[in-house]
Design a protein. Sequence first.
Length: 407
Amino acid sequence: MRSVIKVKIYARRTKTQLFKQALGNSRFVWNKLLEKNKERYKKEKKFLFYPDMCKEITKMKEEYPFLKQSPSQTLQQIARKLDRSLKDGIKRKKGFPQFKKKSRYDSILIFPQGFKFEGRKLSLPKIGWVSIKDKITKKKEWERIKASAKQVWIKEEVDGFFAYIVYDREPEPKEKNGEAVGIDVGIKNTLTMSNGEVISLNTKRIMALVRKAEKLQSVIDRKRAINKKRGIKNSKRIEVLERRRDRILKKIQNIKVDFYYKVANHILNNHEYVVVEDLDLKGLKEAEKGSKVIRRKVNKYLQYISLSEFFRILEWKAELYGREIIRVNPKDTSKTCSNCGYVNHELKLSDRVFKCPVCGLKMDRDLNASINILKRGLERIALSSGHGEYMREMVLNREPIRRTLAL
């Protein structure tokens, strides 16, 4: 299976300048090709696609000699990317591609071939040798990664340049144990599992960092407004503030990704089947009617905890470990009694404890939902395994135990 590993690049100033020049040339080529596409569409109602765009790049190199400093592969990949964007805009109605500003251009340099590894160094066409450092380079696995590398992507981030190495990774199947668990995601508790485990992201730390980033953004907006009145286009002070803001945002991203990888490993190491809701994550943004303050807080919270990132990591890890992710219908999982099946339609988002008026069950709302999710998943497993009755009894007889897992 294809996998990607990220390593930090340590390059001298001359090499760093070559990377920045290549990124700037890629942005220039994107804008020029997009301009030519717009002109052709106005005249002939047709677009330039990948083969024609590659020919245009060859012509542009004669007209703009500085483009010859960039590897041809990276410019061709820009043509391929624009080709895909045009086709998506036509077929899937995703909108027409936009011109890229220097301040808003967040792209990568793709090297599908021509790269070499030697020890802890990487050679790239027209860039040369650069040092790479990461803990993976000190392990035996590094040799296998170098031997099976298919592509190298270079991306500039707030703390420097990074290489993303695409390589073939052998599956690492875990021993089958027949264990299954249901997972409910939510706002108060990030993950609630049907075995009673409650795993929560450190949202206090994240939201404290969010407030710092928002404060810096307000200062940036204010300074931009002042500079606009004075006729000042560029400001080094604003650039410094933007870098500081971007460092905070990256720190938030690192906290989330580290947490979700640890949680995914913990879940998949102990369970063969993982049952989750087939959620439209936008639906989680629904708050109580008439409460704009709560809705705004919920939206901000969901924006920064990125539950979609967790599901992406969980599915990738499950494929690697040979585990199975089962998606079930999320309808009324929180409102259904996990003991008798009664659906309490009067349950509100603010009600954190589920109370069944029929059988008298009293349980945490999220734990009740996770057990319902597990039961729906076990019904699907039972169709193929033939052990449905035993599994259903196992769920019904479980006593929920609330505990927080320390990661």
